[in-house]
Design a protein around this ligand. Structure first.
Ligand code: MG
Length: 464
């Protein structure tokens, strides 16, 4: 009898221990993704007149990642890579002809892709996408068909669906009015407003995000918050009008900064801060051709559309109090694609093993150690433009920023040591033929083994 009682005690104890382990929730994951934000546009990344106290505090409580890259210098392929942990050429979300999806695009992210949201949903996470999607605006491609329980936002860029009688060319952007762009605002699969009132959009994304966190505080959640700004045309709420010394662009960034503060404050308020990873970054560099309506890449060269550092290196802050060392800085090479493997690790699920991934787990970096990424590939469409290995970057081809009237393409290998020369101003190709040889070999091996998928960006909706 005694031994049976002892056995019962042991069984009950182990049940309660298991119960305790299960009760410890999987950590939440929040990704805040700006659109066309430059490397030099945040206070904590050195901007002298744009005030970003919330992001600065986030960096003080977390980690700045100074060599964190997007997978492409424009919207659609960059987002596809974040969602899938794969280079855009592997899932066809790129093209050498049309660089992004448009309102007449017939396709979107292929169904066979396993998005980060689908993976986390299968692991019991509540999932929401709040903001600009840009991976297909037709029902089979919307966030709700790609693992998100809910969606609130615009399906493509805020400068699309331009109304015919707006001022010509870039004129419309210098004094933007909401009615110039007939962009839809969607809730799940329905259009709820058109044109979307872009002056209130950052505030409304924020309110949606705060509600989502509040409603799902009892279960693990994944919140993907791709802001539609500071992509031009620029809009901000009344409260932020004229607030920044940097003008309209600064106002827009300061409203996004406020929004980040609201999200972090909500996490603190519900005691979720020590169980939530928040990553803030951008999809590509600043759109320099828009003068003061575009941002700044700081000390980096060029911007959106180019594979110079300014096109793809993003101002990135990671926050997870108690896990990420406060006030830390990492110069390890890392990428938006790495959020995929990191999320799998955090959720305790296996990575898919039936496909090529380009994702490494960021947790060793985020906890103050070294990362596993030594090499980075810079693509424009299907063209491998440049490769980075360690501190060395070699360009096979360069092209000036997206939209330049006369892009210059040349096939001269250029070599820079990014640790010494992040501005890519001193070509060391002649001095280091051995590095050229090594990087060429790595690139060749990558290209020989890569299997590009057919482009999903070139098919248009057939006109009736
Ligand atoms: Mg963008």
């Amino acid at each position: 009898m005694n031994s049976i009682r002892k056995l019962l005690v042991v069984i009950l104890a182990s049940i309660s221990m298991t119960g305790f382990a299960v009760a410890k929730q999987q950590p939440n994951i929040v990704v805040i993704f700006a659109d066309d934000l430059g490397y030099g546009d945040l206070g904590c990344f050195g901007h002298p007149t744009i005030a970003t106290p919330e992001l600065d505090r986030m960096a003080q409580e977390g980690m700045k990642l100074t060599q964190f890259y997007s997978a492409a210098p424009v919207c659609t392929p960059s987002r596809a890579a974040l969602m899938t942990g794969r280079l855009p050429m592997r899932n066809g979300m790129c093209s050498n002809k049309r660089r992004v999806l448009f309102p007449d695009s017939a396709l979107g992210i292929p169904e066979a892709e396993l998005t980060i949201a689908e993976q986390l949903k299968s692991a019991g996470y509540a999932t929401a996408c709040i903001g600009k999607w840009h991976l297909g605006h037709l029902p089979p491609y919307l966030p709700t068909s790609n693992g998100f329980d809910s969606y609130f936002g615009i399906p493509y860029s805020n400068d699309m669906d331009r109304v015919a009688d707006t001022p010509k060319g870039r004129e419309a952007f210098w004094n933007p009015k909401v009615e110039y762009w007939n962009v839809p605002l969607m809730r799940n699969e329905e259009i709820i407003e058109r044109p979307a009132n872009q002056t209130t959009i950052t505030r409304r994304y924020t309110e949606e995000a705060v509600s989502f966190i509040r409603e799902h505080k009892e279960q693990p959640f994944f919140l993907y918050m791709p802001h539609s700004l500071p992509h031009v045309p620029l809009f901000r709420g009344k409260k932020f009008a004229g607030k920044s010394r940097r003008g309209l662009y600064g106002d827009v960034i300061e409203e996004i900064d406020w929004s980040v503060g609201q999200v972090l404050e909500t996490l603190r308020k519900h005691n979720l801060d020590d169980n939530t990873l928040v990553i803030f970054t951008s999809d590509n560099g600043p759109w320099l051709i828009f003068n003061d309506h575009g941002g700044s890449a700081g000390l980096l060269r060029d911007g959106k559309g180019s594979t110079w550092e300014g096109g793809m290196r993003e101002p990135t802050v990671a926050w997870w109090p108690g896990t990420i060392p406060a006030g830390s800085v990492s110069a390890e090479i890392s990428s938006t694609m790495d959020i995929y493997a990191t999320a799998h690790d955090i959720a305790g699920i296996d990575l898919p093993n039936d496909r090529e991934l380009d994702s490494i787990n960021l947790m060793p970096i985020l906890t103050g150690g070294k990362g596993d990424r030594e090499t980075y590939f810079y693509y424009r469409g299907y063209r491998l433009m440049a490769i980075r290995h360690g501190s060395w970057k070699m360009h096979f081809m360069t092209q000036n920023a997206y939209g330049q009237p006369q892009p210059v393409t040349h096939e001269v290998p250029l070599l820079f040591n990014l640790d010494v020369d992040p501005s890519e101003s001193q070509n060391l190709a002649e001095k280091h033929p051995e590095i050229i040889e090594k990087l060429t070999a790595i690139a060749k091996e990558h290209m020989d083994s890569a299997e590009p998928a057919p482009s999903q960006l070139e098919t248009r909706i057939m006109a009736n």
